[in-house]
Design a binder for this molecule. Structure first.
Ligand SMILES: [Zn+2]
Length: 166
C-alpha cells in the first residue's frame, strides 16, 4: 500500500516537473543570440497574458498580437508596433533597453505598444499626435499602462502601405 502511494507521489512529482520545465522553456518570443534571462522572459510572458486578457475583456478582441524581442531596433526606440502589408500586427521590443530598465519595458512599453496594436486591429490609423490620439490613450489606460502619455515625442508605429490607403 505504501509503495503504491509512493509511486503515485513520484508520478505527480514527475508530471509537475515536466509542466514546470515546459513553462520555463516557453519559447514564443524570438531572441537572437545572448537571450534575456529566464526571469525577464517569464515576466514578459506573464505581462503578455495579462494584456491578452484585458484586450479580450474590454475590447472583445481575441486575436493575440505577437511580441518579438529584437536587438535590431535603433537604440533610441523602446518598442514599435507594426502593421504590415498583409495585415499582420506585430509588436517589437528593444532588447538593448531591457538591460537598463526591465520594469519600464514591461509595465510601460508593453501596454503602450499593445494599445497601438489594438488601434491597428480596429483599423484606426489616425496620425493624430503620431498615433497617440485620445482614443489610443484610453485603450492604453484600460491595459493598465502606467504612463499613457500623449506627449511622447518618439515615432513608434509603422504602417506599411496597404490597399487600405488607395
Ligand atoms: Zn506610441
Amino acid at each position: 500500500m505504501f509503495i503504491q502511494q509512493l509511486r503515485n507521489f513520484f508520478l505527480v512529482v514527475v508530471i509537475f516537473a515536466s509542466i514546470l520545465l515546459s513553462y520555463l522553456w516557453y519559447d514564443d518570443y524570438s531572441f537572437a543570440s545572448n537571450p534575456l534571462s529566464k526571469n525577464i522572459q517569464v515576466k514578459i510572458y506573464k505581462k503578455h497574458q495579462e494584456l491578452q486578457y484585458l484586450t479580450s475583456k474590454y475590447f472583445k478582441i481575441k486575436r493575440v498580437f505577437p511580441i518579438i524581442v529584437s536587438d535590431e531596433l535603433p537604440s533610441s526606440r523602446f518598442g514599435m508596433a507594426v502593421f504590415s502589408k498583409d495585415s499582420k500586427i506585430t509588436i517589437y521590443l528593444n532588447k538593448k533597453r531591457f538591460k537598463e530598465n526591465e520594469d519600464y519595458m514591461i509595465n510601460d512599453v508593453m501596454p503602450h505598444e499593445y494599445a497601438h496594436a489594438i488601434m491597428f486591429e480596429i483599423r484606426d490609423f489616425s496620425d493624430e499626435n503620431k498615433g497617440h490620439s485620445k482614443k489610443w490613450q484610453n485603450i492604453c489606460k484600460k491595459l493598465n499602462g502606467l504612463r499613457c502619455d500623449r506627449f511622447v515625442n518618439h515615432q513608434d508605429i509603422l504602417i506599411e502601405k496597404t490597399n487600405l490607403f488607395k
